[in-house]
Design a protein around this ligand. Structure first.
Ligand code: FMN
Length: 168
């Protein structure tokens, strides 16, 4: 299976999450994985053809309720012959999960993921709002990033993809 993880970060957490997803797909599913930083690798991003992949995972940082510009623009790509999954790094989603408040989590998943997918007419293969980290003056103010949650989600996604590919 061939996967692309295209992400955009402001403070670094979305990069960490992308790397955990990539490692999990490689280790557990022997997947071929390309990781693309949409802000730092603009030239490479232009040459990427999403349809060359079995799955494209798009990740964005959330700040003041907003996606990053580069990740949002990337969602305008042609995904006609591939599958698309979305994850966000979001303090609100991470806090809701820590609190075990799933209706609060769903509210933010809807706001940060479903809304944008609907706007781009994307039927998502998978989605997830992961936690984030906030620092001020070098001091961590809140940290809801959870490696295990990312590994678990990626294993679910990998299994689902493996099944679809073998049934095709
Ligand atoms: C100024 C600022 C505004 C933020 N606003 C939101 C927000 O509206 N909703 C949310 O879920 N998280 C919010 N966060 C938390 C971020 O989602 C978190 O810092 C995350 O790690 C950002 O991803 P990144 O590290 O990849 O940039 C905010 C963080 C900062 C610093």
């Amino acid at each position: 299976m061939k996967c692309l993880i295209a992400y955009c970060t402001r403070y670094g957490v979305t990069r960490e999450t992308s790397n955990v997803i990539a490692e999990t797909l490689k280790t557990n599913f022997d997947a071929e994985v390309d990781v693309l930083d949409l802000k730092e690798e603009k030239k490479r991003a232009k040459s990427i053809v999403p349809n060359d992949y079995d799955l494209v995972i798009v990740g964005s940082s959330i700040r003041i309720g907003r996606w990053t510009k580069e990740a949002k623009n990337f969602l305008k790509s042609n995904f006609e012959n591939t599958r698309v999954a979305i994850f966000v790094s979001s303090g609100r989603c991470g806090q809701a999960i820590e609190d075990g408040d799933m209706s609060e989590y769903e509210k933010y998943e809807q706001k940060y993921i479903d809304k944008i997918a609907e706007k781009r007419d994307l039927k998502l293969f998978a989605k997830r709002g992961f936690g984030g980290r906030m620092e001020r003056g070098g001091e961590v103010q809140s940290d809801t990033w959870n490696r295990e949650h990312i590994v678990e989600w990626t294993q679910e996604v990998g299994k689902k993809l493996e099944k679809e590919i073998s049934n095709a």
